[in-house]
Design a protein around this ligand. Sequence first.
Ligand code: ZN
Length: 506
Amino acid sequence: MKDALFRSSITSLPLLSRGKVRDIYEVDEGHLLIVTTDRLSAFDIVLPTPIPGKGRVLTAISNFWFDRLRHVIPNHATGIAPESVVIESEREQVADRAIVVKKLKPLPIEAIVRGYLAGSGWKAYQQGHSVCGIPLPEGLREADKLPVPLFTPSTKAETGAHDENISYEQTEQLLGKKLAAQVRDVCIALYQEAAEYAASKGIIVADTKFEFGLDEAGQLYLIDEALTPDSSRFWPADQYRPGTNPPSFDKQYVRDWLEASGWNKQTPGPQLPPEVAAQTGEKYREALKQLTGSHVEKLISGYKRFHHHNYEKNHALFQRLAKLGQSPKTLVVGCCDSRVDPAVVTDCDPGDLFIIRNVANLVPPFETSGDYHGTSAALEFGVCHLEVENIIVLGHAQCGGIHELLSQSPVTEPQKGFISGWMKAASVARNRVLSKMQGESMDKLARACEQEAILVSLDNLLTFPWILERVAQRKLALHGWYFDMQCGELLHYNSISKRFESLLKN
Ligand SMILES: [Zn+2]
């Protein structure tokens, strides 16, 4: 577990504000960086003990909803990696817990939607059978589901003060009639879709708070956070009993502890014992897991997006490929590494690349012994049957396979598993690098070995007679490429200068 972040300290960007949980920095005229820290507030007071990982969970939940609800209303997320807007030493602080957003003009209201009678809504109902001026039937109990979800906005209070509920008429005065109606309708649509989805995961979204902003053209955006445990009241469906106050999904544990501690709910709040902080962090992670589901569910929803957007947009292409078969012009030998997808790096379409992926993007030498030559079989198919015109050996920085090769003891150890045996195909590269770069750092050795292994694979390609023949006839060209994901740079091997050089300069 990484350390908790109580307070961000980004010095490469100007700090605009620190909220209860979020620190906001200015990236440039049009963008902000929002860092969600691990601070926890309870009873409106920020506690001195952070909850390790809470900021990451809130960021993941918010991003999940931004993505899922994008079709209802655009949101402020830009897709710009937070690591790319801070200096290197500050990247750790923003990894998985920050978001780069469009700078928008926030509306002066908190847009609350209530699906159930709880909290201040329940208090107001007990006094006069209405919530924020909206009359409700008599006889409702605490936590009862409302006949329809209610839009109950409040003012935005300065830090430290409490927000004040306002009527719809007051909202119209603040926003104008048209915008007030748009915000109300969007809020209800967002809530209904989110509540229906959460219900399918065993979570009741009793109420939630949205914030909105406008761009210069007057377009409305969802901003701040979306449907996190901090901005919403989540109840576990299996513990829901109307007439009682259901336990909230994640903060209840810490609230119970605070109540029992005898704290007077004034600043400063008490330090939480480590086990209470850890347990609370666990509750937040459970909420994330229960809401967003397993990784396979992420893949299935990704497939659905692909089917709706990509497949339909490229329908003609897929039909053509299905009818005429594939005729890729290039074969790529890439690494299995999940971070280096040849089609993503080269922005290619289906049908463009014939890709072989193995550990460390190696081409073994031509052999006539043995039966299970996956890479050689794929080379034969690509070269002899598809008649590709190029073969690219695509290596990459931080390759786990090459790291394994360099860590092997020079005296051959008895082979464990399959990786060390497979990596022997690149031992020439290892030996060359170690003999000429003795005493260098592991990072330098690894980069040199990753690039040297590409050259060894290019040599090994020529041991296949049908490759050698086509190269001699100039029907086939071989290329050595190297991708550095940290700076997004793609290098190619220049056989004249005998160096790897950036393709951006071409
Ligand atoms: Zn690799």
